[in-house]
Design a protein around this ligand. Structure first.
Ligand SMILES: Cc1cn([C@H]2C[C@H](O)[C@@H](COP(=O)(O)OP(=O)(O)OP(=O)(O)O)O2)c(=O)[nH]c1=O
Length: 190
């Protein structure tokens, strides 16, 4: 029986992977999430995903381990999770009325190999009023999310449209993930 481990503490990633009808365990990775400012967003998310997967794979050498990382990029600037209300407001102001890119990197470490890939999804926000931004911040939703919003929750009212994989914005590009798992020998039940 092959073991699959999701190296994440994100309830969204757990839910997304559960949708795929796979049996997996969860183990959260406690890694340093800083990265060199010289890295491109795609290299940064793949490196952080790899760090998260490696942290678990070192202890679980017979398993397939999935790590993932998401950032929002606006005008060349990488936006992580806001730490306070002022930062959340500043992020929403930057994203208002514009299109930004969400990058999610994935690393899958299997007994003999590591696979890394990323998905880029462009997300366009409506022009937001001060009242809308204040209400969104008051909801508390921005604080554990890259770019300070969640497309899958209350934040859905901010979004005018997207181009690319919706699930990647939520935190895990699931359909590409199963295809990559199959390529490296993980047996899917379908
Ligand atoms: C843009 C966006 C991000 N997010 C979330 C996905 C990620 O959980 C989070 C980005 O932070 P990450 O550092 O990628 O992940 P995490 O700290 O939540 O979980 P872990 O490292 O343990 O796997 O932002 C949404 O839920 N919805 C969105 O629309």
């Amino acid at each position: 029986m092959q073991r699959l481990i999701l190296a994440s503490s994100s309830p969204r990633r757990k839910e997304l992977l559960e949708n795929l009808h796979l049996h997996f365990e969860i183990s959260s990775s406690n890694v340093d999430e800083s990265f060199s400012p010289e890295l491109t967003p795609e290299d940064a998310v793949m490196e952080l995903a790899s760090r998260k997967a490696s942290f678990i794979a070192e202890k679980e050498q017979d398993a397939f381990v999935i790590g993932s990382d998401t950032v929002v990029v606006h005008d060349g600037e990488i936006l992580g999770k806001p730490t306070d209300e002022a930062e959340a407001l500043s992020m929403l102001k930057k994203l208002s009325g514009k299109t930004h890119s969400v990058y999610t990197g994935v690393s899958i470490i299997a007994p003999e190999t590591e696979t890394q890939f990323y998905e880029k999804t462009d997300v366009t926000f409506w022009e937001l009023s001060q009242e809308e931004m204040d209400a969104y911040i008051r909801s508390g939703e921005p604080f554990d999310k890259a770019g300070g919003y969640g497309i899958q929750g209350f934040g859905s009212f901010l979004v005018r449209g997207i181009t690319g994989d919706y699930f990647s914005v939520v935190g895990l590009p699931v359909s590409r993930t199963v295809r990559e798992l199959r390529k490296i020998g993980y047996v899917l039940p379908y």
